[in-house]
Design a binder for this molecule. Structure first.
Ligand SMILES: NC(=O)c1ccc[n+]([C@@H]2O[C@H](COP(=O)([O-])OP(=O)(O)OC[C@H]3O[C@@H](n4cnc5c(N)ncnc54)[C@H](O)[C@@H]3O)[C@@H](O)[C@H]2O)c1
Ligand SMILES: [Zn+2]
Length: 359
């Protein structure tokens, strides 16, 4: 068992789903559990998990909503909370989010706002959710004009990452999580970067032991960052590496052309180039990062978007401060640059444009 901090445990391993009921019997989180999942997971892991919980004598119900980012909305949360009321979920109950990042974010938000907040447990089923979204306590939904614009900070009581569940995950979704795992290595741990370089084939083949190791280290990195700066005042900004450019690309291509992981892989290559140009990172280090991304099948070339349009979009990002674009940039593999203690770097827009034009 891995205790990351005082508030909750993160368990990672094979066959964990089967163990959850016994653990909850030993250390209950609620008198009754609302298992929340999406329409893809419902009939496979959802029903299986419900049966396991019931067999152990735990009171629970299974709720779901249509899969996909476009359903990560307040309407979904309202519907889930109404169903929670109908099913007798009360102040002493808890939510179990069983699914990818969409389920974790929406169910975590539903729990955090239901009857002014009831506890929740994360059971991530996608690699992205295991290495990233289930850790850190940010939950929320999208508004019509803003991704993740409605939400709160709410830490789960426990996180159970069962790597056996990844067997059914489509390859493109696996790669999505890999982009974030590579990002974690670049921003915080050169040994982990080396581990990923050395285990490419096993990772692509979804080898359970290798994935367990990958997820474990990724979680430690993210949890370690969040422990220092939960509310993203400064240090937590480093997890945004690749996301300033990546997010602008997602918005400008209407979230249709690239998956999130694909967009941030492009973002890391572009922002890595900015770091080289600013003399924080060496050419050789950028090459290593880009090679690793390409070996996993990422296309890291900037799509055909005018650099001026890209910069304008980056200025609108909610992470920009008074219209000034902020970047989190590496100063080596496993290290991030800070200026006067600040990890959100404000570069001269002219320099940014010059670099983007040259890509
Ligand atoms: N809260 C945070 O800190 C944070 C961080 C990063 C991302 N996110 C959010 O996470 C979301 C993306 O998460 P995601 O990539 O997991 O997307 P997702 O939840 O949409 O899952 C991707 C797809 O895979 C399916 N799926 C999940 N697990 C599966 C399995 N084991 N087998 C087969 N299919 C499976 C899902 O049904 C879905 O169709 C975004 O909404 C993003 O904003 C949040
Ligand atoms: Zn991301």
């Amino acid at each position: 068992m891995k205790r990351v901090d005082d508030s909750y445990d993160i368990l990672i391993g094979r066959g964990l789903l089967e163990e959850i009921p016994a653990r909850l019997k030993k250390r209950p989180v609620g008198n009754k559990y609302a298992i929340i999942t999406d329409s893809n997971i419902r009939s496979s892991y959802g029903k299986k998990f419900l049966a396991l919980m019931k067999r152990s004598g735990l009171r629970c119900c299974l709720l779901s909503f249509p899969a996909g980012e476009k359903h990560k909305t307040l309407a979904t949360v309202e519907s889930l909370q109404n169903q929670m009321l109908e099913n007798g979920i009360d102040r002493k109950s808890a939510v179990i989010a069983l699914g990818g990042g969409v389920v974790g974010d929406a169910a975590g938000f539903a729990a955090g706002t239901y009857m002014r907040g009831i506890p929740f447990i994360q059971v991530p089923t996608s690699l992205l959710a295991m290495v990233d979204s289930s850790i850190g306590g940010k939950v929320g939904v999208n508004l019509a004009k803003g991704k993740n614009s409605c939400g709160l900070f709410s830490q789960p009581k426990m996180v159970f990452s069962d790597v056996s569940l990844l067997k059914s995950l489509p390859k493109r979704e696996l790669r999505n999580g890999l982009a974030e795992a590579i990002k974690h290595a670049v921003i915080a741990d050169k040994n982990h970067f080396y581990f990923i370089e050395q285990n490419k084939e096993k990772i692509i083949g979804a080898d359970a032991t290798t994935l367990t190791e990958l997820i474990k280290r990724s979680c430690e990195i993210k949890a370690g960052i969040v422990e220092i700066d939960e509310r993203e005042q400064n240090f937590r900004k480093i997890v945004n590496y690749g996301h300033t450019v990546g997010h602008a690309i997602e918005v400008l291509t209407k979230f249709r052309e690239f998956s999130h992981g694909e967009a941030i892989a492009i973002g890391m290559a572009a922002e890595g180039r900015l770091a080289v140009d600013s003399r924080f990172l060496t050419e050789r280090e950028l090459y290593r990062q880009n090679k690793l991304l390409e070996d996993f099948g990422f296309n890291i070339g900037l799509p055909k978007i005018r650099p001026e349009v890209l910069v304008k979009e980056m200025r609108k990002d909610k992470k920009a401060v008074s219209g000034k674009i902020q970047f989190a940039l590496p100063s080596g593999i496993g290290r991030m640059k800070s200026v006067a203690g600040n990890f959100g770097l404000k570069l001269n827009e002219k320099d940014v444009l010059k670099v983007l034009r040259a890509l």
